[in-house]
Each structure stands twice: as C-alpha cells, then as structure tokens.
Design a binder for this molecule. Structure first.
Ligand SMILES: Cc1cc2nc3c(=O)[nH]c(=O)nc-3n(C[C@H](O)[C@H](O)[C@H](O)COP(=O)(O)O)c2cc1C
Length: 327
C-alpha cells in the first residue's frame, strides 16, 4: 500500500492509549493521515500470548491506514512477523478489511523495562543488531509494504552518527522524536536539529520520508515546521490530550461546551464497552481519558472525582449521563 500524499500528519504511537477506540475518536474529530498501533512485541506474537497482543493491532474501517509498530530483539521473529503483516495473513486473522499501511520498528522507547533487555532505544548502542532487525524485516516484507523506524536523537547526547546510520538503511520513512533517550520527555524537543537532519536526509537518502515529532501540539504548528525545514510531515502525540481536534485546520475544541465534551466521552465509553473483552477491567484506563474530555468547564473536577470512584463502565456511563441531564 502506498503512503498517503505529503505532507503527512500522523498520530504517534502511545502505549495503553492509542488503541482502536481512541483512534476512532480522534479520527472522528479530525483525521490524521496515518496512525501507528501501540508497540507490539514480535517475540510475543510468536508465543502463546499472540491472541492477546493481536488486539493491539485491531483497526476499524473508520480509521486512517494503520502502521504496525513492532519491537523486539530476535531478527528471525521480525522476519516472520513482517511476512505475516505484509502478506495480509495477520490482518485476515484479526478480521481487518484492509491490510496495514506499513511496518514501523521501535528504536526510540526509553523505558527501562525494554532498554534493560537491549531493545528499542538500546539498539542505538548495538547497531549490528539494529541493522539485522531492519534487514530481516525487509526480507520478510519483500517490498510489499513500506518499512520505517521511529527513534530519538541519540542515547545520552544528540548523536548525528545515529541518524546518519539510519539514513544509510534505505528506509521508506524515519520518524524522529527530537529528544535524546536520556532526556525522556523532560526537556523541550530540539526542533532546531531538523535543519541538520534534513541535510543528512537529502545527501544520504532522498527516498526516506522525514517526520518530526515532539512538542507539536497542533496542525498549525506542524505546518510551520514543515514549511520552515522542508520535512515530509509531523507526528502528534500528547497534543491530542489537550485537544482531540489537534489534526484539524481550525479546532473547535476551545469552544466546546461541557455538554459536547461529556458527550464525546460517552461515545468513547460506549465504543470501549462494545470493543473490550472485559470492559470493567479498563475502568482505570478510561479514567485517563476522562482527563481529556472532562476538562475545561465548571464542575469538571467534581465529575472526574465521581468517575474515579466507578467500578464499571456502566457506572461511568450513568455518572456522565446524570451530569448531561443537568448540564
Ligand atoms: C503514554 C505514552 C506512551 C507512548 N508509547 C510509545 C510507544 O509505544 N512507541 C513509541 O515509539 N513511542 C511511544 N511514546 C512516545 C510518543 O510516540 C511520542 O514520541 C512522544 O510522546 C513525543 O511526542 P509528543 O510531544 O507529540 O507527545 C509514548 C508516549 C506516551 C506519552
């Protein structure tokens, strides 16, 4: 499948957040051009845990194309899963109407639990393995889907040799969260690094789309970066927590009434209830989303406190419904 036309506005992968339900909500507000799945472990997909992990790759027809965002350590597993994704076998297994739009390799996650194993951002310090993983993924995909990497600027420091290494891998797309691993998300993203990285891309790998990520909160801000640096697109993550319409040209969110915000939350709750295997186990997860919708109006804090005490999705629906009745 070819990528949509440029420039690309992409919803960033966020583990335990950007499941199909949330992506449907964001797409119904103002659609990104592409979405990434949550990160899915290739070794897990080759194990008894496969069925559970496949849920992270589900997609509804109301969403834009989905990139399967993978992580792991074993190049053979990357090759096998890339073959399953690119051939459409995996999409068929989970009942998707269309195949995935591409395969992305996570080489940026800074979380200790994965870097301790030598995975994700730790691959910056093991380039032989990083290269093996990229080559094995390409071998499995056999040119049937675009292959991309999502990464950061370097491990402890901004490291031009890392981005240069990635531009020598002949990737279809490179998304860069403009911070180092060490910086986590604690500093401002280094947007100014885009000038150098764009030059590297132009001299080393013109065919690799360059996507910027980090502290981009709106489509308007993304447009400015695209025009200033001549990059191919931007990826927005936490921006959608402040504004579910972050991908819109002119967001109506600041003017949304309490009623409209609560109604959008109800839609999320109902979609989640009909999708999840055990919806009531997801109550704490749903409370994370409540912070997005139930926000910015009188009584929001009180309603969120009530929602936090709920034990089931039905109770969350009832409490939000009661609020709507008197709103
Ligand atoms: C809750 C959460 C989960 C994340 N999970 C992933 C992930 O699975 N894979 C990944 O590459 N990045 C992950 N990220 C990083 C985001 O994709 C993005 O790079 C980062 O938040 C910076 O972009 P932003 O400033 O637009 O949020 C996660 C971020 C958050 C906040």
């Amino acid at each position: 499948m070819a990528l949509p036309k440029l420039p690309l506005f992409i919803l960033a992968p966020m583990d335990d957040v950007t499941d199909t339900v949330f992506r449907q909500i964001i797409s119904s507000c103002a659609s990104p051009d592409l979405c990434f799945s949550e990160f899915v472990n290739v070794e897990g997909l080759m194990s008894d845990g496969r069925k559970r992990l496949l849920r992270k790759l589900e997609r509804s027809k109301d969403e834009p194309p989905l990139i399967a965002h993978l992580w792991g350590l074993n190049p053979d597993d990357f090759e096998e899963i890339a073959d399953q994704v690119a051939s459409g076998k995996l999409a068929k297994e989970i009942g998707l109407e269309d195949n995935f739009g591409g395969i992305d390799l996570n080489m940026g996650c800074p979380v200790r639990a994965v870097t301790r194993m030598g995975a994700c951002s730790a691959l910056m310090n093991n380039r032989d393995l990083a290269q093996d993983i990229i080559e094995s993924t390409k071998k499995g995909a056999k040119g049937r889907l675009p292959i991309s990497v999502k990464t950061r600027l370097g491990y402890s420091e901004i490291d031009p040799s890392w981005t240069q290494f990635l531009f020598s891998q002949n990737l279809d797309m490179l998304s860069i969260h403009l911070r180092t691993v060490k910086e986590m998300s604690l500093t401002n993203a280094h947007h100014e690094e885009l000038e150098r990285i764009k030059q590297e891309r132009d001299s080393l790998s013109r065919g690799t789309l360059l996507i910027a990520n980090g502290d981009i909160l709106s489509r308007g801000q993304g447009d400015k970066l695209i025009n200033k640096y001549g990059i191919d697109g931007v990826m927005i993550g936490r921006g959608v927590f402040h504004d579910p319409y972050a991908f819109s040209k002119e967001s109506p969110w600041p003017k949304f009434t309490a009623r409209e915000r609560a109604e959008l939350f109800m839609t999320h709750l109902k979609l989640y209830e009909s999708w999840a295997d055990k919806p009531n186990k997801g109550v704490s997860r749903l409370n994370k989303y409540a912070k997005i919708y139930i926000n910015g109006f009188d009584g929001a804090k009180e309603l969120r406190t009530e929602l936090a005490l709920a034990h089931s999705v039905q109770q969350m629906l009832d409490r939000t419904g009661a609020f709507l009745q008197q709103a």
